[in-house]
Design a protein around this ligand. Structure first.
Ligand SMILES: Cc1ncc(COP(=O)(O)OP(=O)(O)O)c(N)n1
Ligand SMILES: Cc1ncsc1CCOP(=O)(O)O
Ligand SMILES: [Mg+2]
Length: 203
């Protein structure tokens, strides 16, 4: 499956929820129009089972599922790809393990040089942020909106913005060059179907 050129990139918020609830929330976001889903789980209880259930619901909607941090889990469940940050291992090793068709995204924070290197090494998209204070990752370092403008001018892959994004503040990031907005709380803190519809209407 291909990474979308634009749209809502919804990231799971599984803490304290049952597998059935996480899957139901993701399904609601998909019905609302989410274009890609990332399984991000910093306190996994049964990661293999949850990832497999998420893969089934994503593929029923023809939407790719990416796994945060773990090439091993992506391989084990047959996910569409991985998202790698600075502590999550080497892109070339992930590509070798997952193959040429896997989607590999890379966190670039506020660093255009890191993004340029990631694209040269074969990243399918790059992500910048956080752009607004994030309850999901309070210690994430701030990024400048100007970084999106520079990235849009110089990079040929989709550009993802992340961090504290809501339907009310996403427009300025899209105007600056973001192709997708990656969102946790802005989708899953409330009604995921309604929130996804509001994001979808921005594209
Ligand atoms: C789409 C997207 N962008 C950025 C991140 C953050 O990745 P990372 O810096 O590795 O931090 P954690 O998410 O692992 O805490 C992401 N997950 N997804
Ligand atoms: C994983 C991550 N990386 C930077 S901010 C962030 C969390 C995004 O979540 P939210 O949309 O709730 O701010
Ligand atoms: Mg990570």
């Amino acid at each position: 499956m291909k990474f979308p050129r634009k749209g809502l990139y919804a990231i799971t918020q599984p803490d304290g929820k049952s597998i059935a609830q996480v899957v139901a929330d993701v399904e609601a976001a998909l019905r609302g129009g989410a274009a890609v889903i990332q399984y991000r789980d910093k306190n996994p209880l049964d990661a293999g089972k949850l990832a497999a259930a998420l893969l089934a619901v994503c593929h029923a909607h023809q939407v790719p599922l990416l796994i945060n941090d773990s090439v091993e889990l992506a391989l084990a469940v047959g996910a569409d790809g991985v998202h790698l940050g600075r502590d999550d291992g080497d892109l070339a090793a992930a590509r070798a393990a997952l193959g040429p068709d896997a989607i590999i995204g890379v966190s670039c924070y506020n660093d255009i040089g890191r993004a340029t290197a990631a694209v040269a090494a074969g990243a399918d998209y790059v992500a910048f942020g956080r752009f607004f204070p994030s309850g999901s990752k309070p210690l994430a370092a701030p990024a400048e909106i100007g970084t999106l403008q520079t990235a849009k001018r110089s990079l040929q892959v989709p550009i993802v913005a992340i961090g504290g994004i809501l339907p009310e503040n996403a427009g300025q990031l899209l105007a600056a060059g973001a192709d997708l907005v990656a969102v946790i709380g802005g989708v899953f803190d409330g009604d995921p179907f309604a929130a996804a519809r509001r994001f979808q209407a921005l594209f």
